[in-house]
Ligand binder design. Structure first.
Ligand code: ARG
Length: 461
């Protein structure tokens, strides 16, 4: 059993070995090391700035903390479970390096405001990285969109053929989702970027500290104005998990479409060998493991959001050890989201080829131009509902005869309604069906081109 001296001499005996392990967070919060060092350096500088320690002492502390950073980079800083957490591990090593000066670092600070500072610095950094990844993902989608403005694919509602759309329009829907994700993270980053440092354990400190000084050294945009709130707030973590969950919803929906489109039944895309996998028993198989994994991993992130909400809902003010559980949820959500964004970007950029010829025939083989026949009559004065019923009947008889709308002769059209003329054939051709939907936000080619240029300017700005 270790000679446990992390706490004051109030404690007579050491912890039970299992409780040491149960209590420790070092196995995972080592992930915060860099942020802990950065936060501690700012704190040391502030202590000297406010004449709580001498400039020489601050210099020793900063040098010692930088040495730990170096040791970590060289793989030489590997605190064991007896260190309890990353904060104690750093303080212990610092005291080994600097002697008694190291023991001054924790003046006017608690692990409660310290850990709050660390996870905010961590998350701020991760948010920046995820936003960059979202841009790369958007660019991969935009490249296909630019190549496929005039490629037509079936559009679905209820997974039933509805109306044909531009393939670019379909892909741009995902670019828009990612755009909202990018904006949402930008807003969350602002609320994450508030400093709790100096709130102490819960009530502030008796020392004449300068919280704005540390905040500005750490590039925080503001300072928590209530110390109790500062040490116990994890709203920003929940907001992040919510944003990460939405990213995963979007990636998962796209994954689902990739999986469907790669199937024998759809054959809208082919997976390139670099992004598809084989079966151990069925030699003919080419499996979409990448989008399947992304779809599957989304559940982990949703789970972390739920865990974090439940973690917070019963906590009395202020810090409670329950909060130690925030870290693994956040870390795993960050890692999962980043990995999935990366995988989907690779998949979209180099893992799929659109089967343009197959699409071109596919869109001529259904009744997805039926609305256009009704619109044709409605534009010529027939009330829409009446036109809709007329077309419903033609669809029924055509289905029974194994025919499509394009197979009707002009005489047959005119028997249905005298308003039909020679131009009905052009009006129901897929190219025309798509290009005619030129309302704002619609799939008309001109609109799609316009909207592609707008979003491209945003993404590349
Ligand atoms: N490892 C702890 C955590 O992650 C650090 C804060 C501990 N504070 C305390 N009062 N026990 O939350």
């Amino acid at each position: 059993m270790s000679e446990k001296k992390t706490w004051s001499d109030r404690f007579e005996s050491a912890l039970h070995p299992f409780i040491v392990e149960f209590n420790a967070s070092i196995t995972f919060d080592i992930e915060l090391l860099e942020y802990d060092l950065t936060g501690s350096i700012a704190h040391a500088k502030m202590l000297s700035h406010c004449q709580i320690i001498s400039p020489a002492e601050a210099e020793q502390l900063v040098a010692g903390l930088e040495q730990i950073r170096q040791e970590y980079h060289q793989g030489q800083f590997n605190p064991g479970i007896d260190a309890e957490d990353v904060h104690f591990a750093v303080e212990r090593r610092l005291t080994e390096i600097t002697g008694d000066v190291g023991k001054k670092l924790h003046t006017a600070r608690s692990r409660n405001d310290q850990v709050g500072t660390d996870i905010r610095l961590y998350l701020r950094d991760q948010i920046t990285q995820i936003r960059t990844q979202l841009r790369e993902f958007q660019k991969a989608l935009l490249t296909h969109a630019e190549n496929h403005i005039e490629t037509i694919i079936p559009g679905y509602t209820h997974l039933q053929r509805a109306q044909p759309v531009s393939l670019a329009h379909h892909l741009l829907a995902y670019v828009q989702m990612a755009q909202r994700d990018w904006e949402r993270l930008g807003e969350i980053s602002k609320r994450t970027n508030i400093s709790p440092l100096g709130a102490g354990a819960l009530a502030g400190t008796t020392f004449p500290i300068d919280r704005h000084y540390t905040a500005s050294l750490l590039e925080f945009e503001g300072v928590y104005s209530n110390s109790l709130d500062a040490v116990s707030d994890r709203d920003f973590a929940i907001e992040f998990l919510c944003a990460a969950s939405l990213i995963m919803v979007h990636l998962s929906r796209l994954s689902e479409e990739m999986i469907l489109w790669a199937s024998q039944e759809f054959r809208f895309i082919t997976l390139t060998d670099s992004c598809a996998t084989g079966s151990s028993i069925m030699p003919q198989k080419k499996n979409p493991d990448v989008p399947e994994l992304v779809r599957g991993k989304s559940g982990r992130v949703f789970g972390h959001l739920q865990a974090m909400l439940v973690l917070m809902k019963g906590l009395p003010l202020a810090y409670n050890k329950d909060l130690q559980e925030d870290k693994e949820a956040l870390f795993d959500a960050v890692k999962t989201t980043k990995a999935c964004l990366m995988a989907m970007t690779v998949l979209i950029a180099e893992g799929i080829t659109f089967e343009v010829e197959r699409l071109a025939t596919t869109i001529t083989e259904d009744f997805s131009n039926a609305t256009d026949v009704a619109d044709y009559l409605a534009a010529r004065g027939v009330p829409f509902r009446e036109a809709y019923n007329i077309v419903g009947k033609v669809v029924k008889t055509s289905l029974a005869e194994g025919k499509l709308l394009k197979d009707l002769s002009l005489e047959q059209w005119q028997e249905l309604h005298p308003a039909f003329a020679e131009d009905i054939f052009a009006a129901i051709a897929p190219q025309q069906v798509v290009s005619a939907r030129n309302s704002y936000g619609g799939t008309g080619f001109a609109r799609v081109r316009e909207s592609l240029n707008l979003v491209k300017a945003q993404v590349y700005s």
